[in-house]
Design a protein around this ligand. Structure first.
Ligand SMILES: Nc1ncnc2c1ncn2[C@@H]1O[C@H](COP(=O)(O)OP(=O)(O)O)[C@@H](O)[C@H]1O
Ligand SMILES: [Mg+2]
Length: 232
């Protein structure tokens, strides 16, 4: 059975009396361990879709089944646990706390995950070392490059051992060489640490190399769907 299934998913934002359609009839399945990419122009609904899967927002219609559970039927506390433990998220703009160093940014996520104080420093150090930042532990975001900041964000996203990593244009602010390094980390997490990855990107060429499945979106709809055998 698929790890994630969406059925007829729709989202319409309301701004006063104006309806802004963002997603329409989006149906797909993601298997455990897949690298799944979402491509499409700006405004096509990619972030909206990721936010619904991450439990940051709720759908207007349709269903998301995540690990056999219907997100719509979750209580507030179940949804909070979904956000905290089932998924990790990274963003184009990193979204780190500027006044905190790398260790502290990861530790914040561990605090939310209920990890006891005496274990947090070691766990944060291990996570940052895993993404190649063992020598930058006490640097703040301003003292790190874009690629290094995204590594901190990845370490933070992994803090509470999520099943799925949601990456919203993770290389959107990075040069091509650094982008390649970040993609390589995501690929390693997927291949060697059994993390399911859902990545939004503008870069179809890279998506074709790393993905098991790609959906192309336009105006809130899936317009094309490719699987590995078709891609290769
Ligand atoms: N919070 C919001 N309120 C109103 N409209 C929104 C909101 N977020 C996104 N939208 C609209 O929904 C559509 C899809 O946006 P988005 O999911 O951010 O697309 P993408 O990530 O593909 O660029 C766009 O038309 C956008 O303007
Ligand atoms: Mg977006």
């Amino acid at each position: 059975m698929a790890l994630i299934q969406t059925i007829g998913l729709a989202k319409t934002y309301k701004k006063g009396k104006v309806d802004i359609p963002a997603l329409h009839d989006v149906t797909f399945e993601i298997n455990e361990g897949e690298f799944f990419s979402i491509v499409g122009k700006s405004g096509s609904g990619k972030s909206t879709l990721l936010n619904l899967i991450g439990g940051l927002d709720t759908a207007s219609a349709g269903t998301i089944i995540f690990d056999s559970k219907d997100l719509r039927k979750m209580s507030r506390s179940e949804l909070a646990n979904h956000r905290r433990f089932s998924v990790g998220m990274i963003f184009q703009s990193f979204n780190l706390v500027k006044s905190r160093n790398a260790l502290e940014n990861v530790e914040l996520a561990l605090i939310f995950g209920g990890v006891p104080r005496n274990l947090r420093r070691k766990k944060a150090t291990d996570l940052l070392t895993q993404v190649g930042l063992g020598n930058r532990l006490t640097h703040t975001p301003d003292e790190l490059s874009g690629g290094e900041n995204q590594r901190v964000a990845i370490a933070r996203a992994l803090a509470n051992n999520p099943k799925v990593l949601l990456a919203d244009e993770p290389t959107g602010n990075l040069d091509s060489e650094t982008s390649g390094e970040i993609i390589q980390i995501l690929r390693d997490l997927n291949k060697n640490h059994h993390l399911t990855v859902i990545m939004v990107t503008h870069d179809l060429e890279t998506a074709e190399i790393v993905s098991d499945q790609i959906i192309k979106m336009k105006d809130g709809k899936i317009v094309d769907q490719l699987t590995k055998t078709e891609v290769l």
